[in-house]
Ligand binder design. Structure first.
Ligand code: NAD
Ligand code: UDP
Length: 347
């Protein structure tokens, strides 16, 4: 019996695959590599010294996806596959709705057909919109401000309806806060395409000399230093949260939502200072206008995950900065580096 990991070659998926394999699970990965590279999976295998089956399959390709269900004994699904860039989702909403929502519906249809009703789904703190206060608990009202966020909220609702129609389903909706960091080996990490949208990959690219300076989007928020506050969580802690959620869905039926964060809010300047301290790299920055759609403060109340999953994030901001830097330093061009080296060695 295996765990199907959709989007397993991506940032959070690859780290979760490492944790799953290290804990003795058999895994099957499905990814269309639209935002990742097969090299990530090679490195997962190398790090864990374990092999696993992976399929280059798009969730929208119903026939190919059905083959995966036919060829394997799947016990549960961890569903990461999705498009995630907020700005892009505003420009091409239909692609986001089709990929994320249709992809999930097709996946669930096959799960139903093959009687696989255990599901862990990647949702996001973005479903809280602009929270009235912090820390945020799971029962806050939900409201989204962009197509990406709406895909997450709609999928949460679709999965709620599915469970209502058949309570043999066992589902965990995981609302991630801000995942950063990388595996401590420096072999797997976040590999964004083009100019990073998110803070940490932008900082690491400034540190490596790819970008001149960081633009800090506003210093007039109602926070301790005026810059935006977020709940940054180490990707390994987040990955471990998935294993706890998986245990939960395999041992009960029902549907539950969990915030996965640290419960601590750090400002942009806190992150910059911590990064400079642990890496001895200078991060030049300029204060610019607020980014449209940004909120001042966002951090989690993680009591529910602590109590009901027996999970707590343990890595601190310095660990996150150190591990992000190690990944960036060792892989200045992300996963393409090794391929380039191979080509160069051939010539
Ligand atoms: P990622 O882009 O690195 O990984 C997603 C993976 O899914 C990629 O490997 C991509 O190739 C694959 N994929 C996308 N559409 C697919 C399809 N139709 N068929 C097959 N594979 C497909 O993103 P990530 O940061 O690892 O995020 C994983 C999940 O967590 C996403 O659903 C994302 O929306 C959610 N999430 C991420 C964050 C974050 O800050 N990284 C925060 C909250 C929620
Ligand atoms: N941010 C910034 N400059 C950047 C990217 C992000 O100042 O180049 C700020 C952003 O305004 C927010 C915080 O860093 O306050 C985290 O932003 P990110 O995009 O990583 O996460 P999100 O806003 O989705 O929580």
């Amino acid at each position: 019996m295996a765990i199907l990991v959709t989007g397993g070659a991506g940032y959070i998926g690859s780290h979760t695959c490492v944790e799953l394999l290290n804990s003795g699970y058999e895994i099957i990965v499905v990814d269309n590599f639209s935002n990742s590279k097969p090299e990530a999976l090679k490195r997962v295998s190398e790090l864990t010294k374990k092999s696993f089956i992976s399929y280059e399959v798009d969730l929208l390709d119903h026939i190919a996806l059905e083959n995966v269900f036919r060829e394997n004994h799947i016990e549960a699904v961890i569903h990461f596959a999705g498009l995630k860039a907020v700005g892009e989702s505003v420009e091409i909403p239909l692609r986001y709705y089709h990929n994320n929502i249709t992809g999930t519906v097709l996946l669930c249809e096959l799960m139903q057909k093959y009687n696989v009703k255990n599901l862990v789904f990647s949702s996001s703190a973005t479903v809280y919109g602009t929270p009235k206060y912090v820390p945020i608990t799971e029962d806050f009202s939900l409201q989204t401000t962009n197509p990406y966020g709406r895909t997450k909220l709609m999928i949460e609702e679709i999965l709620g309806d599915l469970h209502l129609s058949d309570n043999n389903w066992s589902i965990a909706l995981l609302r991630y806060f801000n995942p950063i960091g990388a595996h401590e080996s420096g072999r797997i990490g976040e590999d964004p395409n083009g100019i990073p949208n998110n803070l940490m990959p932008y900082i690491t690219q400034v540190a490596i000399g790819k970008r001149e300076h960081l633009n800090i989007f506003g210093n007039d928020y109602d926070t301790h230093d005026g810059t935006g506050v977020r709940d940054y969580i180490h990707v390994i802690d987040l990955a471990k949260g998935h294993l706890k959620a998986l245990e939960k869905v395999m041992n009960r039926t029902g549907i539950d939502t969990f915030n996965l964060g640290t419960g601590i809010g750090y400002s942009v300047l806190d992150v910059v200072k911590s990064y400079e301290k642990v890496t001895s790299q200078k991060i030049p920055y300029k204060i610019t206008q607020r980014r449209s759609g940004d909120i001042g403060k966002c951090y989690a109340d993680t009591t529910k995950a602590n109590k009901e999953l027996g999970w707590k994030a343990i890595k601190n901001l310095e660990d996150m900065c150190q591990d992000s830097w190690r990944w960036q330093k060792n892989n200045p061009d992300g996963y393409t580096e090794e391929i380039k080296e191979l080509v160069e060695n051939h010539n």
